[in-house]
Design a protein around this ligand. Structure first.
Ligand SMILES: Cc1ncc(COP(=O)(O)O)c(C=O)c1O
Length: 370
């Protein structure tokens, strides 16, 4: 966590006072919380009143997609449109709306480079725009880092008055992002991806838009998210969002890492075209002939953390739905690893991974033949 955020949280934790209480202590906490909201609004490019604090990015996604669906279903719109590469915090509530609440869900595919198929989305909007309750497409993908054409999607959706929500968890503070400039109806953010605390998220919801709530109670946050506000985490979130992340340095290391790995392992390939706009700190590479779980464990034993992006349900590993949507088959999707680079990643660490990888790949390939 960003050290300033820890300090700010510690100070706030020592203050008693519910920000919704009218006594002096409560009012003091409220003042600091509202200051944090203003600071966050500046970074997000929205009005402070458009920020609704939630307990996670997952909660913000659920509130947005369910709320916008329920609001617009009442107006005769029954279609929920998502992309095939969404995080499970959008995929699962969308499928829940289908299974339990009568929604029709359409998943828009992506190109080989991992970008949402705008032609397919346009055809859908042209033919069924007046049936669409909400479109939800992430700003950048958490497995490949590929950035999605959100402004173009909003422009297409506006023609049929369709609200667009975007899960911006991975992009926030990493690439330029402005709620107002994108023209979104709703946006999701999460503190722990930018060096803030765990368990605090934001749903940005355009002024004047009201959606049904999931949580009912004290009426906090425009009556859309009841529950006592988590002042220490909110203050920590604001400090993290206003601290700078060395994005240019991370992007440079990413390029060095990618070219180094591809030079050492000639048949490895990058997922998500390098010409495509992408996040500074995510690299996804396929290593043919390996099993990503084996690779992950071998790297872990050498102190290197990577991730597979695959989901594990009831002990069964499944290949990444993101890579499958990009045209991989099960086998090649299972031979892929995601590496994340951040503010604390050093050039020496990058070099070490590049040096170690050839022997690790060899071991993984041998294990795969057995
Ligand atoms: C793209 C994306 N959306 C949503 C989430 C969920 O956010 P949270 O962990 O705050 O629930 C994540 C977390 O990894 C994510 O990467």
């Amino acid at each position: 966590m960003v050290s300033g955020a820890i300090e700010a949280m510690r100070t706030q934790l020592e203050k008693l006072g519910n920000p919704s209480s009218l006594h002096t202590q409560g009012r003091e906490v409220r003042k600091e919380l509202e200051l944090a909201r203003e600071q966050l609004a500046k970074v997000i490019g929205c009005h402070a009143s458009e920020i609704i604090f939630t307990g996670s990015g997952t909660e913000a996604n659920n509130t947005a997609i369910k709320g916008l669906y329920w609001k617009n279903r009442a107006l005769g719109r029954n279609l929920v449109v998502i992309s095939a590469i969404e995080h499970h915090a959008i995929l699962d509530p969308a499928h829940w709306l289908h299974d339990h609440d009568g929604a029709e869900v359409v998943s828009i595919g992506v190109t080989k480079s991992g970008v949402v198929d705008l032609d397919a989305l346009k055809v859908l909007i042209d033919n069924r725009g007046d049936e669409i309750a909400v479109i939800s497409v992430m700003h950048s993908n958490n497995e490949t880092g590929v950035i999605q054409p959100i402004a173009q999607i909003v422009a297409m959706a506006n023609v049929a008055s369709i609200p667009v929500h975007s899960d911006c968890v991975q992009s926030f503070c990493k690439v330029p992002l402005s709620f107002a400039e994108l023209g979104l109806t709703a946006m999701t953010l999460s503190a722990h991806k930018i060096g803030g605390p765990l368990g605090i998220g934001i749903l940005v919801l355009k002024r004047g838009i009201d959606i049904p709530a999931i949580l009912h109670g004290g009426g906090q946050e425009r009556d859309i998210r009841s529950g006592t506000l988590n002042a220490p985490s909110i203050v920590g979130f604001a400090v993290a969002a206003t601290s700078s992340i060395p994005v240019a340095e991370i992007a440079e290391l990413r390029e060095e890492f990618t070219s180094g790995v591809l030079a050492e392992i000639p048949d490895a390939f990058l997922n998500g075209d390098s010409a495509q706009e992408h996040l500074p700190g995510i690299v996804n590479i396929t290593f043919p002939g390996t099993e990503s779980d084996t690779l992950l464990l071998l790297l872990d034993s050498k102190g290197i953390s990577a991730s597979t992006g695959s989901a594990c349900t009831a002990g069964v590993q499944r290949p990444s739905h993101v890579l499958l949507a990009m045209g991989h088959n099960d086998k090649s999707a299972r031979s892929s690893l995601r590496f994340s680079l951040g503010a604390t990643t050093t050039r020496d660490e990058i070099k070490k991974v590049i040096e170690l990888l050839p022997s690790v790949i060899e071991q993984a390939r041998t294990a795969n033949l057995r």
